[in-house]
Design a binder for this molecule. Structure first.
Ligand code: IPD
Ligand code: CA
Ligand code: CA
Length: 257
């Protein structure tokens, strides 16, 4: 089978249907840490995606949130977050998605983020642009931080970063037009790509959170880097991310450094 963007979109949508069917129902909640939830739907959706990928590409590597890493061909690697926004999902709040990225020897090649409740499929293929339900999208043209709608994310149980995150929240809240903390890193990236948010940053993030979104933002004309400004090897832990419209990227980076 030849891997195409349409195929990656199809798998993300099929996994999204699993999320949609389980939405609002009673869940078996597990706790990976005191505040890091996992539901049976996270596991079912990831198992579905791993099953599809390995059935067609048994040699590929997979970095998934719930099942860990499956080591295969290092130049063909998938990044799976079956439910990005699990806390929202478990509380019945419809801001979550499936995030599915693929990287080859040249880096990120396909990225798909599917929001099953809004039926919005954000996607990108390297060098071919970014799309929302098949229509081209681009980041916003804003060039003034004061006019920017910003978004960030952080866990309250990362003691070494909590003070810094709180400090940055107060600082950027004052410098932008408004600042949100929505609870899904991948959807935040998708919404930067679509020009709805102007910038997003997160100081501690995982490869599966950003493995699809970083390509979608770049293909939509945005700038993506680590919180230190480096633009390479963003999927190599420890990860952090800044993703922004070019007109405000420098101002956001300067503010968080
Ligand atoms: C989390 C969400 C959240 C972000 C965390 C992620 P999960 O992913 O994306 O917005 O702040 O860093 O871990 O646990 O819902 O898949
Ligand atoms: Ca996640
Ligand atoms: Ca997840």
């Amino acid at each position: 089978m030849e891997l195409t963007l349409e195929q990656v979109e199809l798998w993300a949508k099929q996994a999204g249907l699993i999320l949609k069917q389980g939405f609002g129902k009673q869940h078996e909640i597990g706790f990976k840490t005191a505040s890091d939830l996992v539901t049976e739907v996270d596991r079912q959706a990831e198992a579905f995606l791993i099953g599809q990928i390995l059935q067609h590409f048994p040699n590929h590597s997979i970095v998934g949130e719930e099942n860990g890493t499956i080591m295969g061909d290092q130049t063909a690697c998938w990044y799976i977050d079956p439910v990005d926004g699990t806390t929202n999902y478990a509380h019945g709040l419809p801001y979550f998605c499936v995030s599915l990225g693929f990287a080859d020897e040249a880096g990120s090649k396909f990225g798909v983020i599917y929001d099953p409740m809004a039926d919005e499929c954000f996607s990108a293929e390297r060098g071919k642009g970014a799309f929302l339900n098949g229509c081209p999208i681009s980041v916003s043209g804003v060039d003034d931080l004061k006019r920017s709608l910003l978004v960030t994310g952080y866990a309250h149980n990362e003691p070494e970063k909590l003070d810094r995150n709180n400090e940055l929240f107060i600082k950027l809240n004052a410098r932008g037009q408004a600042l949100r903390r929505m609870g899904s890193a991948a959807l935040n990236l998708a919404n930067v790509a679509a020009g709805r948010f102007d910038a997003y940053w997160e100081l501690v993030i995982k490869p599966w959170d950003i493995g699809a979104g970083l390509l979608i933002v770049r293909e939509a004309g945005g700038i993506v880097s680590g919180s230190d400004g480096s633009q390479d090897e963003l999927l190599k832990p420890p990860c952090s991310i800044v993703a922004a419209a070019p007109g405000v990227y420098e101002a956001v980076l300067e503010a968080i450094q």
